[in-house]
Design a protein around this ligand. Structure first.
Ligand code: COA
Length: 216
């Protein structure tokens, strides 16, 4: 898969409960800190699915995978269990999660539920590249929310590929950077999503995750 980037879509509400059994002690600690049962379930479902997906690429048992924190706290596979150089990134919003997987290149993914309760144009004016903010401002109001989140996910996917935080990378920078390629992802209705990866010329392949999904 050297010239491919794979993105797995995970419908968190369709997965059976009890998935915390394959999480590590620290993941269980993080899960327990969520106040609401629904958030604990989403955390367990997304991190268990992440383990199952990564095991298909890196080998080994999902529960045995170990993680380390890279630049900006970006999670990565522990080098000793990653001889193939698999890189990944996770994003979740509402009932949807996405996992991007690549080999030998940095990758970032972002998914967001499209909401109408934010000041999209004001956020764009304050934080986006001026040309992008002007394009959003010229749209009809009913198109602005979708366009804002499409652009937002492209920016955040790029930041996540580079291991930067929102605070470090958002200020008036365009949704592109030298050495990286960003692509929108066809997301379910009501969501926007994008993936970014180092280099150019890679092909995006998307998969739906279920417990029974075969290998890519
Ligand atoms: C990392 C960050 C870009 C994630 O954005 P988000 O829209 O909130 O969340 P997403 O669902 O897209 O991504 C979260 C996942 O990205 C991964 N991640 C964490 N840090 C990352 C980084 N620096 N780069 C790339 N990916 C990162 C993790 O897998 C995380 O999942 P988890 O929280 O379930 O473990 C953003 O939260 C950020 O800038 N954080 C740093 C600053 C911070 O911690 N602020 C806390 C509030 S003050």
């Amino acid at each position: 898969m050297e010239n491919e980037v794979h993105v797995w879509q995970i419908a968190l509400d369709t997965l059976p409960p009890g998935r915390e059994r394959i999480l590590s002690a620290s993941e269980c600690d993080r899960m327990a800190r969520f106040h609401f049962e629904r958030d604990r379930g989403r955390y367990a479902a997304s991190h268990a699915a992440l383990r199952q997906i990564l095991a298909r690429y890196a080998g080994g048992e999902p529960a045995a995978l170990e993680f380390t924190a890279g630049p900006g706290g970006k999670p990565a596979l522990e080098p000793k269990m990653n001889p193939l150089g698999i890189s990944f990134n996770l994003s979740h919003s509402g009932d949807l999660a996405m996992v991007a997987v690549a080999r030998g290149r940095d990758v970032g993914v972002d998914v967001e539920r499209i909401r109408g309760d934010i000041e999209a144009l004001e956020i764009a004016r304050r934080f986006f590249d001026p040309a992008e903010a002007a394009e959003l401002a010229a749209l009809a109001p009913d198109a602005a929310d979708g366009a804002f989140f499409a652009l937002w996910t492209r920016k955040e996917a790029l930041l996540k590929a580079r291991g930067l935080t929102l605070g470090e990378g958002l200020h008036h920078a365009p949704a592109e950077a030298a050495g990286y390629t960003v692509q929108g992802i066809d997301a379910p209705t009501g969501y926007a999503a994008a993936v970014a990866a180092a280099g150019s010329g890679w092909t995006l392949r998307t998969f739906q995750f279920s417990d029974k999904t075969s290998r890519p």
